[in-house]
Ligand binder design. Sequence first.
Ligand code: ZN
Ligand code: ZN
Length: 372
Amino acid sequence: MAIICKAAIANGKGGFSVQDIVVNEPKDDEVLVKIKAAGLCHTDHDSLSWGKQLIIGHEGAGIVVSVGKNISSVLPGDKVILNWAMHCGKCFQCLEGNLHLCEVASPVAAGGNGYTPGHAGLEGTTFNGEPILRSFNIGTIAGYTLVKESAVVKNTSETMSFPAASIISCGVMTGYGSVVNAARLKAGSSAVVLGTGGVGLNVVQGAKVAGAEKIIAVDINPHRLETAVKFGATHTILAAKDDAGLLKAAEEVKKLTGGRGADYAFECTAIPELGAAPLAMVRNAGTAVQVSGIEQEITIDMRLFEWDKIYINPLYGKCRPQIDFPDIAQHYTSGHLLLEEMITRTYSINELDKAFDDMLKGRNAKGVIVFD
Ligand SMILES: [Zn+2]
Ligand SMILES: [Zn+2]
């Protein structure tokens, strides 16, 4: 039976409205999920201006309502975490093990934020009688969503709240995965984290879980550094605002690492001018990771690469949802990874305007939309 529910619909020109949509029963390869919580991030605000009408939201958690006959990994009643790194399992990148770069189903690597075969059948969700696209193929700021099987992962945690579960599928995965999957940080090593906002805190947590001995947090904001210590930073460096390229902070890092530089450095500032800063922090043959998604052109002093340094730019922490989400849930259960502490405020779908405003004004570490 079709369900009528509320959804936040972007108009493509920077605005949105909360409207009724109709969500149909799942097809053979689809899962119908009742959304309980959806994390909000800057990408959702960007998606208001993508030039097309779509249901916004790309992070979420909920409960399976019904499944198509080809679905085997989840059952009605299961608690699930939604994920936008859909994969086909058969293309070149999937066979290479890069599920997050699937050339067929990924809304980012294959779809440029448009429709891909990772999207449930378009006709299954309608607005004013017409099929409507969902952001990142899932559109989580809605009462219900129809998704393909690779977009859901069962959450077996007994204690995790839905808001906490909903933020795993974005900033938590990106930070944690950049450490564990992309850098493959070795236990006993040293790591520098540049910028300790939401994603940076999850890099700190990932480094802690992976067994880093020294986790050096660098920020220009002393309050953020205090928070970083709560999440596992062992040392902090308060950087000066006029420290171009963070070269002075890099000298401090050297002092803390036997004069050599850190084994790993993670850039989480989203400041284009700091795109090369992690290279300045690492030792010869160290690994620099760009986590924040800088896409601007910048000038780099090539000597920063000396010698034998590696610089990587992973997407979504090389997310393998069916492996990584249960691992993250387990670290949460054992108390090694904090989730509830990252959420500043929750809102109803009718307060979405305020949620965007609080996010844009920097009032929240993380805001989450909750549903009944
Ligand atoms: Zn694929
Ligand atoms: Zn996000």
